[in-house]
Design a binder for this molecule. Structure first.
Ligand SMILES: Nc1nc(=O)c2c([nH]1)NC[C@@H]1CN(c3ccc(C(=O)N[C@@H](CCC(=O)O)C(=O)O)cc3)C=[N+]21
Ligand SMILES: [Mg+2]
Length: 299
């Protein structure tokens, strides 16, 4: 029985963060510019607190400024919009991320679309999704959502040219599924977006040279759904309890999938670390663009 190559996102992201740190040093020395990332966290969700702490730490390690704004779970939409406006107008802040999900009484679309699109390092603003969908370049190039961007980097590193490959994205969220499909299309893949209502999902996935699982259901994609030799990108981060112990698992049944796939991203240590590295990359890109400087080539 063959076994899949593990795609090491932790290692790739460390290299990428190293490149980002070098570029930050260059910006500081040559242009007296320190990129700044503001992260806004509303409420006390423990998982969100962990991510925000991790982002803050890695932002500082890359030599950038990190600004954390913690707001109570009772924050009103008006108060959060006022915070976003303050950050839009702060020249030291080049990137703004409002940690999702926000509490139910706040309309997340309204918040996302209040962020200056050029500071929208998550790439969730409708202007950025429009720019991505239309292939805008140069001064109006999109900020690209971090998880799909990191996933494409891993795919291209492993496979080289993706042109002509069949890709199935399982999941249709605005955050991962839809932008991932756009990026794969841009790489000239033949793209299918599958979801909870897709008929014969296992057979649809079996067509794919590239499988991207982004459904948020623990180990939903089974090993025998994977075409022999396919490349599997597991975007899921699910906390489950097994024998009284907390465990992190993806959306793919990894152990079984290893028997079929050519290569697969593990959870943890796959896409997750790439997401944060790409957030830093986007912050660097945003700072460069906002100051009329050439964008660094990070790969
Ligand atoms: N506006 C916004 N932008 C986001 O990008 C965003 C968000 N809201 N809300 C929450 C999700 C989740 N997310 C992760 C980032 C890194 C890891 C990560 O580094 N994971 C590690 C370890 C995870 C662990 O041990 O808990 C890994 O997979 O190896 C996971 C998840 C970003 N998100
Ligand atoms: Mg099998």
């Amino acid at each position: 029985m063959s076994t899949a190559t593990i795609i090491d996102g932790r290692k790739f992201s460390a290299t990428l963060r190293g490149r980002i740190a070098e570029e930050v040093t260059r910006l500081k020395n040559d242009h007296d510019l320190t990129p700044g990332l503001a992260v806004v966290l509303v409420g006390e969700d423990p998982a969100s607190q962990v991510y925000v702490r991790s982002k803050g730490k890695q932002t500082l390690e890359a030599g950038m400024n990190s600004y954390e704004h913690k707001m109570s779970a009772e924050t009103t939409q008006e108060e959060l919009l006022a915070k976003v406006e303050e950050l839009n107008n702060d020249p030291a802040v080049h990137g703004i991320l409002v940690q999702l999900p926000v509490p139910d009484h706040i309309d997340d679309h309204a918040i996302i679309n209040a962020i200056d699109p050029n500071k929208d390092v998550d790439g969730f603003h409708v202007i950025n999704s429009g720019r991505l969908a239309t292939g805008a370049r140069g001064a109006s190039a999109p900020m690209i959502p971090c998880t799909p961007l990191g996933s494409i980097m891993l795919l291209k590193d492993h496979l080289g040219d993706l042109s002509g490959k069949t890709a199935v994205v399982v999941g249709r969220s605005n955050i991962v599924g839809k932008p991932m499909a756009q990026l794969l299309l841009q790489e000239s893949c033949t793209v299918t977006i599958a979801h909870s209502r897709t008929k014969d999902l296992p057979d649809v996935v079996r067509q794919a040279d590239i499988v991207v699982a982004a459904v948020g259901r623990p180990e939903m994609v089974k090993g025998d759904w994977i075409k022999p030799g396919a490349t599997v990108i597991d975007v899921g981060i699910n906390r489950i309890e097994i024998d009284g112990k907390n465990k992190l698992v993806g959306d793919v049944a990894t152990a079984e999938a290893m028997e079929h796939a050519g290569a697969i991203t593990p959870v943890p240590g796959g896409v997750g670390p790439m997401t944060i590295a790409c957030l830093l990359a986007n912050t660097l890109t945003a700072a460069s663009r906002q100051n009329g400087l050439k964008e660094p080539n990070l790969l």
